[in-house]
Write a protein that binds this ligand. Structure first.
Ligand SMILES: C[S@@+](CC[C@H](N)C(=O)[O-])C[C@H]1O[C@@H](n2cnc3c(N)ncnc32)[C@H](O)[C@@H]1O
Length: 312
């Protein structure tokens, strides 16, 4: 295996994903699960809404005897609605804090099982044991090498004829570094479809994801979609071969002077502003502190606002 995909490299990325997501969720779980909705009640509503789009066309008569898994279940936003549609569902996540929140929120749901993944495999899940694997707001932010590794795993855990429904981004490849665990990864349509075919899937379709806000960015060429496909073969290529099909260029490692994830910084600053404007000063200060601590190029005005809040 080349350095691009050495086991050591994948383990480093897995450790970074766990650490980054644990700190995001500990700081403000509603921001990082669902773009900062106002309440947990709204979070369950948006979870049901997003699951509806993911599972479009699948009615209860089809799914009620199914075993499913959600990759990157977070605090259980979609899991709660999924539990009412299938016989059993496994919530998988790399972050310890995500699973402890999910355990708390879903304690009354007997058909939900929560399992921690190491970050690049679905190891606790048995071969061929699932009818459905779905994921929302996860795969489009993973380092591309990790996504390629997960494609093999999707094939492994699904039965023949099993279905995947995945929220992803198609369009222009976006410049980023592999250490960024939040930046959007966008795949060219043809490459994405070929990679899934190569990994044993057929019946592929890409349907635009419609959100109540602008989720697409036509200027940068980023379009959110739901990918649907059926597993038809056990044959899978190496992760390296998958990666070659998926992307025109390998994602580079971050340079020594990389300041941190710009998207994480922008989202935290916007959230802090929203909280401060609403008069929730303590919550705003906590998010601002998080933003400044994690981004080396934090703006002097953000630092000044934080100092002001600390004094007040
Ligand atoms: C934006 S949140 C979305 C959570 C949930 N799907 C939802 O829509 O509410 C992304 C989730 O993916 C998880 N995650 C990130 N990288 C992962 C990985 N490599 N393997 C498993 N989970 C991962 C994070 O811990 C986080 O809970």
């Amino acid at each position: 295996m080349s350095d691009v995909l050495s086991q050591e490299k994948l383990l480093q990325l897995a450790a970074a994903m766990r650490e980054h997501w644990d700190s995001r969720i500990a700081n403000d779980y509603r921001l990082w699960m669902s773009d900062g909705v106002e309440s947990d009640a709204q979070m369950w509503e948006t979870g049901a809404r997003d699951l509806e789009q993911l599972l479009s066309g699948l009615d209860l008569t089809t799914t009620r005897n199914w075993y499913a898994a959600e990759l990157g279940c977070g605090v259980g936003r979609l899991l709660r609605a999924a539990a009412t549609r299938v016989r059993g569902v496994i919530g998988l996540d790399v972050a310890t804090h995500a699973l402890s929140y999910a355990g708390h929120f879903l304690s009354g749901y007997d058909n939900v099982q929560l399992l921690q993944t190491e970050g690049t495999t679905l190891e606790p899940v048995e071969d061929g044991s699932l009818d459905l694997l779905y994921s929302f707001a996860v795969l489009g932010n993973l380092p591309v090498a990790v996504f390629a590794a997960y494609l093999r795993e999707f094939n492994r855990v699904l039965r023949n004829g099993g279905l995947i429904r995945l929220q992803l981004y198609v369009g222009n490849e976006q410049p980023t570094v592999e250490n960024d665990t939040l930046a959007i990864r966008c795949y060219e349509r043809e490459r994405l479809l070929r990679a899934f075919q190569l990994c044993g899937f057929d019946g592929l379709s890409l349907v635009d994801l419609i959100m109540p806000f602008d989720a697409a960015d036509p200027i940068r060429g980023i379009f959110p979609v739901v990918l649907s496909a059926v597993k038809v073969s056990e044959l899978v290529p190496s992760v390296e071969q998958t990666l070659e099909v998926l992307c025109s260029e390998v994602e580079p490692a971050a340079p020594a002077d990389w300041p941190g994830s710009e998207l994480e910084y922008q989202m935290s600053i916007a959230r802090a502003q929203q909280l401060i404007t609403k008069g929730e000063l303590a919550a705003g200060q906590r998010v601002l502190e998080f933003a400044i601590k994690r981004f080396a190029a934090a703006s002097p005005s953000a630092i000044a606002v934080l100092e002001e809040l600390k004094r007040s």
